[in-house]
Design a protein around this ligand. Structure first.
Ligand code: FAD
Ligand code: A2P
Length: 278
């Protein structure tokens, strides 16, 4: 009998070896990309519906026995049977110092309440869609690059992703590479997707910050595209706060207006993480 007065015929709780997490999902796959980056897949709650590009709260039980949750973009598309996440490993980070050790079969907590601004509904129709990301800001675009609606709505899709070092681009590179032969979406993607990865601190065949490659016009020249303009171009932005602020200014200088779920316009922005000193 509990304080809430459970009825006598309520089913008895089964004792298990592990504590049962609230909103638990089971890890099915883990891939470590660098000593700072990993991705993992978990089972998907049957009732979870989300729009490609949205984020949810996920986590583990903290040392105090309470859920320790953080926002995470869902990196898999809305049609996928499982959920994928692409994660940083912050040394001493309350969540990721533990999360980086998960193995297939382990459980994580996943609150099934997806939200976010990086969704197709928040943009007016256009000809080209630009995904602009640094670091783990790629995650929502890993979802949207695998979303059929992306290619149904736009003639061209450009994925600009910048990291300090080449190895940090690998998750995105393999994902883009795999799209060509994907039985579900490969044909739809066709040659619509243009991938423009760059590094800033290690030699690579393409270099430079997203911001510099936009303002100098280098990316337009390299891809044979016209300068970004509000009649044709739409953009989604996800990086550090400093990156987002700088890109927003550049997009506004090109004449684009920021939108939201409640007010679709020409570009949308979301933070890839909180707290980079600004
Ligand atoms: P925290 O205490 O949360 O962070 C400690 C410090 O680490 C921060 O102050 C910051 O300086 C740095 N940091 C945190 N996250 C990152 C990051 N992703 N990249 C670089 N530096 C970082 N993180 C992901 O790894 N993948 C995602 O898909 C993702 N999606 C997010 C979506 C939203 C809307 C927001 C607001 C955040 C998202 N984050 C994502 C960040 C995530 O919520 C956590 O901050 C991250 O998992 C680290 O958690 P922590 O408890 O270990 O450290
Ligand atoms: P840079 O090496 O020139 O600082 P970080 O690892 O610090 O989050 O940065 C990830 C990538 O984003 C790096 O390539 C970094 O370039 C770039 N970057 C950081 N801040 C900005 C910004 N304000 N505008 C454009 N790119 C940025």
């Amino acid at each position: 009998m509990t304080e809430q007065g459970a009825t006598m015929d309520a089913p008895a709780r089964t004792e298990t070896a592990k504590p049962h997490l609230p909103d638990a999902q089971t890890v099915t796959q883990v891939t470590h990309w660098t000593d700072r980056l990993f991705s993992f897949r978990v089972t998907r709650p049957q009732s979870l519906r989300f729009r490609s590009g949205e984020f949810v709260m996920i986590g583990l039980l903290g040392d105090n026995g309470k859920p320790l949750l953080r926002a995470y973009s869902i990196a898999s598309p809305a049609w996928d049977e499982e959920l994928e996440f692409y994660s940083i490993k912050v040394p001493d980070g309350p969540l990721t110092s533990k999360l980086q050790h998960i193995q297939p079969g382990d459980e994580i907590i996943l609150r099934p309440k997806p939200v976010g601004t990086l969704v197709h509904d928040a943009l007016l129709p256009g000809k080209r869609l630009w995904f602009l990301a640094t670091g783990t800001g790629l995650a929502p675009f890993a979802s949207l690059m695998r979303e059929p609606e992306t290619y149904e709505k736009y003639d061209q899709v450009i994925m600009m992703h910048t990291c300090r070092e080449v190895a940090e681009l690998e998750y995105g590179r393999q994902l883009v590479e795999s799209l060509k032969d994907d039985p579900l979406i490969g044909e739809l993607v066709g040659d619509k997707l243009r991938y423009y990865p760059t590094t800033t601190r290690e030699t690579f065949h393409q270099m430079g910050r997203v911001t510099d490659n936009l303002t100098s016009g280098k990316v337009f020249a390299d891809l044979g595209l016209p300068k970004m303009n509000p009649a044709e171009d739409r953009a989604m932005v996800c990086g550090s706060l400093a990156f987002n602020v700088d890109v927003k200014k550049i997009l506004e200088d090109f004449g684009l207006t920021e939108g939201a779920n409640s007010d679709p316009q020409q570009f949308v922005v979301e933070k890839a993480f909180v707290g980079d000193g600004i």
